[in-house]
Design a protein. Structure first.
Length: 149
C-alpha cells in the first residue's frame, strides 16, 4: 500500500449531500486525481451513512473505480482507531491506494495514530471541513492535508 486517503463527506442535510456538498466532493476528486495519477489499483471503502456513500460514488466515478465497499468500522460513532488500523493492514484492504470515505473524527485522528504506530512520529491534523482529505504517503512517510481553496 502506497497511499491511504481519508476524506470527510461533503456538506449534507438529513444524511444526503447538498448541492454544495456535491461541489465540495467534485473539487476534492480533482485534487485526488492529481495526487493519485494513473493508478489502476485503487480500493474505496465507505461508512454506512448515505452521505459518505454519495461522496464515495462521486470519487469513484471520477477516478474510474468500479467497486465501493461499505464497512461498519468507520461510522460516525466509531472511534476505535485500532480497528481501522487492523482493517488497513488486512488482506481485504490491500491495494496501491486505499480511500476511506468517512467522518471528521477519523480524518483528524487516524493519520496521527497511523504515523505514531508506523513511524514513531506524532502528526496532529487541524480541523477538517466537509469535502477535505488527509493523504498518508506510506512510501515517503509523510501526511498531506488536502484542504479546499
Amino acid at each position: 500500500m502506497n497511499k491511504i486517503i481519508l476524506f470527510r463527506h461533503g456538506e449534507h442535510e438529513d444524511d444526503c449531500l447538498t448541492n454544495e456538498g456535491k461541489k465540495q466532493i467534485h473539487e476534492l476528486m480533482q485534487k485526488l486525481d492529481i495526487f493519485i495519477g494513473k493508478s489502476q489499483d485503487i480500493k474505496i471503502f465507505t461508512s454506512t451513512f448515505a452521505r459518505t456513500k454519495m461522496s464515495a460514488e462521486i470519487i469513484a466515478q471520477g477516478l474510474k473505480v468500479e467497486k465501493i465497499t461499505t464497512i461498519n468500522i468507520i461510522g460516525e460513532d466509531d472511534i476505535d482507531e485500532d480497528k481501522i488500523y487492523d482493517f488497513i493492514k488486512s488482506e481485504e484492504a490491500q491495494a496501491e491506494i486505499v480511500i476511506l470515505a468517512t467522518h471528521v473524527q477519523h480524518v483528524r485522528f487516524f493519520p496521527q495514530f497511523f504515523s505514531f504506530v508506523e513511524w514513531a512520529t506524532d502528526k496532529e491534523i487541524d480541523e477538517i471541513e466537509p469535502g477535505e482529505a488527509v493523504m498518508i504517503d506510506c512510501l515517503d512517510k509523510k501526511i498531506i492535508e488536502l484542504k479546499r481553496s
